[in-house]
Design a protein around this ligand. Structure first.
Ligand code: SAM
Length: 376
């Protein structure tokens, strides 16, 4: 607390409640008293989930690894069927099935069979989430000692090796095999993001999009498919831009796109677009780099032209766990960047020559939010 900080009424209430909740006698009373019992049970469950969350994640990971949910994609299956299909004996299968049932991935059906529950069906329908679950084994390795990560924010980690550009002094020279895995992962998880972004800000009023750090072109592809008459440039590291050229070419979009390979920090960006997008880019970079990139983008736009920033943001109401907890620690392990609040991003935009900023709503702010700014 600073010398000048004065407790508000809200502060005093929260401090009083925090002191009360540390008293065993009060907890005993609250768990028995009919009016406080439901809240007390809810808080006990929440605390248990915080403590046990990593076990839940490992159960989900195992379901994905042995393809348990896939066995129920077309309808319910018996324990014996499941055991045969996933290659575990019936005891082990039952343990996994019960775990998955507790996590609402599957639910029992008549005749001792099991079928998909809501979360299991949603997971199976979303290859991007499955790809992230598999990818999280690297993050899990790095999070073995989170305190060490916080104390030493420089040493290489499993994630900094995976995101080869994160600590590279010369990202332009990264070869195809260094960028392949992360580019494929980004493409797999881009489907929902591009829908969210293009629903929030349709590109119909624009003629030429440049997606900077556009990966292998999934966002540009979605934009082109939705927006007749639009032309797109995908700018990314040379080895990634090659992948974009193949993807967009084989999607039948020849003549409507081009790719440009380079380093967005040191190379001049092409000056061909009336809208530039940065989708899941700024949060990858520390403040000095993020500002440098925004200066580069500003230099590629004329006054009145548009910048679209899309990424999950810190401090997002109802999605703090995603922005502040998950991305906060994911990017810590990656050794580069941080999630930013909407206000921090607005400040960055204003410092780098952008104005008239607005934030059209996305339907899942947990996945991504959008800021639109004009070059001024
Ligand atoms: C987190 S991925 C996002 C990809 C894509 N926008 C999406 O949302 O799927 C970051 C992208 O920025 C690219 N990138 C990183 N550093 C770069 C640099 N210095 N110059 C050009 N591209 C870079 C990476 O190759 C990668 O494709």
């Amino acid at each position: 607390m600073t010398d000048t900080a004065r407790d508000t009424f809200g502060d005093r209430f929260r401090d009083w409640r925090a002191r009360l909740l540390q008293k065993p006698a009060f907890i005993r009373w609250a768990t028995r008293f009919p009016l406080t019992r439901p809240l007390s049970r809810q808080k006990t469950r929440q605390l248990f989930d915080l403590v046990a969350g990593f076990v839940y994640t490992q159960i989900v990971t195992t379901c994905v690894r042995v393809k348990l949910l896939d066995q129920m994609a077309d309808g319910p299956a018996t324990l014996a069927d499941l055991s045969r299909a996933i290659g575990l004996d019936e005891d082990a299968t039952l343990r996994l099935v019960r775990g998955a049932q507790a996590l609402e991935l599957i639910s029992p059906r008549s005749g001792g069979r099991y079928g998909l529950d809501e979360l299991g069906a949603a997971l199976l329908a979303n290859p991007g989430v499955i790809a992230m679950i598999e990818h999280h084994q690297l993050l899990y390795e790095d999070l073995r000692d989170p305190l060490a990560l916080l104390k030493d924010q420089k040493s290489p980690t499993a994630l900094s090796r995976y995101w080869a550009y994160a600590q590279s002094g010369a990202p332009n020279g990264l070869e195809a095999d260094a960028v392949g895995d992360y580019s494929a992962l980004m493409a797999a998880s881009q489907g929902f993001i591009s829908d969210e972004v293009l629903d929030a800000y349709p590109l119909a009023r624009h003629q030429r999009l440049m997606d900077v750090g556009g990966g292998e072109g999934r966002f540009a592809q979605a934009a082109l498919e939705r927006t007749p008459g639009l032309h797109a440039t995908v700018f990314d590291l040379p080895a990634v831009a090659d992948r974009a050229r193949h993807r967009l070419g084989s999607a039948g979009l020849a003549g409507r796109f081009e790719t440009a390979g380079g380093d967005f920090f040191s190379d001049t960006l092409p000056q061909s677009a009336d809208v530039i997008s940065l989708v899941r880019i700024l949060h990858d970079h520390d403040d000095d780099k993020a500002l440098q990139l925004l200066h580069q983008v500003r230099a590629a736009l004329d006054v009145g032209q548009t910048l679209l920033v899309a990424e999950p943001m810190a401090g997002t109401s109802g999605a703090q766990k995603a922005g502040d907890a998950y991305f906060g620690f994911y990017l810590l392990a990656m050794r580069s960047g941080r999630p930013r609040t909407e206000q921090e991003l607005r400040d960055f935009l204003q410092q780098t020559g952008f104005g008239r900023i607005h934030s059209p709503r996305t339907s899942s702010p947990l996945l991504t939010r959008v800021l639109i700014a004009l070059a001024v």
